[in-house]
Design a protein around this ligand. Structure first.
Ligand code: SF4
Length: 265
C-alpha cells in the first residue's frame, strides 16, 4: 500500500509540473554541423508518457478516486521552496524511490544559485555519492576543463543531475526513478531561472527532451526545455572512454558560449 501511494504521489508531482510548463520545442534557428563527425551511443531510455492532467478543482481538493486512471492530488511541502537551500533541506531525506536505500549521500547540486547556465547530468556516481556533490570524479574533472575552455569557472555555473541518489553500480536510471526525481530538477530550474542548460550525455538529453533520438542527432543545435535554451552534448565520462567525441563536444560548447555571449551583451 505504501509503495502504491509513493507511485501515486510521484505521478502527481510529475504531472503537476509537466502541466505547468510548456512542452519541449525545437529552437527555430537550428545550426547544422558536419554529421560525419558524429558517433551515436547505443544507450536508450524508456518512454515516460504523460497521462492526464489535473483540474483546478482536483488540485485544491486532494483525493484518491477509485478508478484506475486517477491519482491522489497531494501538494508537497518542497513545491513551495523559495531558495535552493530551502529546497535541499526539504528533499534531502527523499525516499520516493528505492535509491535512498543504497545511497551514501543525497546529491542536490552545487554552484552559483543565480547562474545563467545550469549543467545537467544523469545521476551521481561513486565519488559523487561519497562526497555528496555532483561531478567530482574523473568525469567531473574533465567537465571542469571543458567549462574552463569556454571561459566558465565551475563556481560561475550551477551543476546538478536528474537523479539525486546514486543508482547501484552506476546502472541507468529507471523510468520510475526519473518520474519521481525530475520534478526536483524542474523546481531547481524554477528557482535559478537560468538562460541556458547544458545537458550531458544520452540519458540526460533524452530524458529532458522526452525523446529516444540518439544523442548524435540531438547535439549540434539548440532545443528548448521549459522555456530555457538547451544544448546537449556528450557526457564527460563518455569522452574518457571515447576521445573521438571530443571534437563534436568542443563544437557544441563553443556554440553554447557564442549564444551565451550574445544573450548577455
Ligand atoms: S533518486 Fe530522487 S526520487 Fe529517488 S530517492 Fe533519490 S531523491 Fe528521491
Amino acid at each position: 500500500m505504501g509503495d502504491i501511494k509513493k507511485i501515486i504521489d510521484g505521478s502527481v508531482s510529475y504531472l503537476k509540473y509537466r502541466e505547468k510548463y510548456s512542452p519541449v520545442t525545437l529552437y527555430e534557428n537550428e545550426v547544422s554541423i558536419d554529421k560525419s563527425e558524429i558517433s551515436t551511443p547505443e544507450e536508450t531510455t524508456s518512454e515516460m508518457p504523460l497521462k492526464k492532467s489535473a483540474s483546478k478543482e482536483e488540485s485544491d481538493n486532494p483525493i484518491v478516486r477509485d478508478d484506475n486512471s486517477s491519482y491522489s492530488l497531494i501538494r508537497e511541502d518542497w513545491m513551495e521552496a523559495a531558495t535552493l537551500d530551502e529546497l535541499n533541506e526539504k528533499i534531502c531525506g527523499c525516499q520516493k524511490c528505492d535509491l535512498w536505500k543504497t545511497r551514501t549521500n543525497f546529491v542536490f547540486g552545487t554552484g552559483n544559485p543565480n547562474a545563467d547556465l545550469v549543467v545537467v547530468g544523469e545521476a551521481p556516481g561513486q565519488e559523487e555519492d561519497k562526497q555528496g556533490k555532483p561531478f567530482v570524479g574523473r568525469a567531473g574533472q574533465l567537465l571542469t576543463k571543458i567549462l574552463e575552455a569556454i571561459d566558465f569557472k565551475r563556481e560561475d555555473v550551477y551543476i546538478c543531475n536528474i537523479l539525486k541518489s546514486r543508482p547501484p553500480n552506476n546502472r541507468n536510471p529507471l523510468p520510475f526513478e526519473i518520474q519521481q526525481c525530475e520534478p526536483y530538477l524542474i523546481k531547481q530550474l524554477e528557482i535559478i531561472k537560468p538562460k541556458f542548460i547544458l545537458a550531458l550525455g544520452t540519458f540526460a538529453s533524452q530524458t529532458l527532451l522526452q525523446t529516444k533520438e540518439p544523442l548524435g542527432k540531438l547535439r549540434g543545435r539548440f532545443h528548448m526545455y521549459n522555456g530555457i535554451k538547451m544544448m546537449v552534448t556528450y557526457h564527460p565520462a563518455a569522452l574518457l572512454r571515447n576521445p573521438h567525441w571530443k571534437k563534436p563536444t568542443w563544437e557544441d560548447v563553443q556554440m553554447l558560449r557564442d549564444e551565451y555571449d550574445k544573450s548577455t551583451k
